[in-house]
Design a protein. Structure first.
Length: 110
């Protein structure tokens, strides 16, 4: 097992399916993503209330579209971090199979 593999799996030894980043996310990224997720959770709670209050379907759908857009923005931010850290590190360590993983991830978002 090479050093990169040990660093990315060592913390998750109790859970073989879990992976951890070799390079931790910046405090700024964590804060931004956390704020965006919390805001999205708030939006979802608002939509839930709209449904329970029998609000107009078009208004509910508009809010759902806004949540979908917010989640996609969060995904793009995490994907950029993934490309700039995890993927670069794995390629530098000689693991070009990570390109296949990235392509599978891109397909999920298209």
């Amino acid at each position: 097992m090479d050093d990169l593999t040990q660093r990315t799996t060592g913390a998750a030894a109790a859970c073989p399916a879990c992976h951890h980043k070799a390079t931790p996310r910046s405090a700024e990224l964590k804060h931004d993503v956390s704020c965006r997720i919390n805001r999205t959770i708030g939006q979802l709670n608002g939509i839930k209330a709209m449904v329970e209050e029998d609000r107009y379907c078009g208004d509910v759908l508009t809010q759902l579209a806004a949540v979908e857009s917010a989640v996609k923005a969060i995904s793009r931010e995490v994907m950029q971090d993934h490309l700039e850290t995890c993927v670069v590190e794995q390629i530098q360590a000689g693991d070009t199979e990570v390109v296949d993983e990235v392509m599978r991830l891109f397909k999920k978002f298209m």
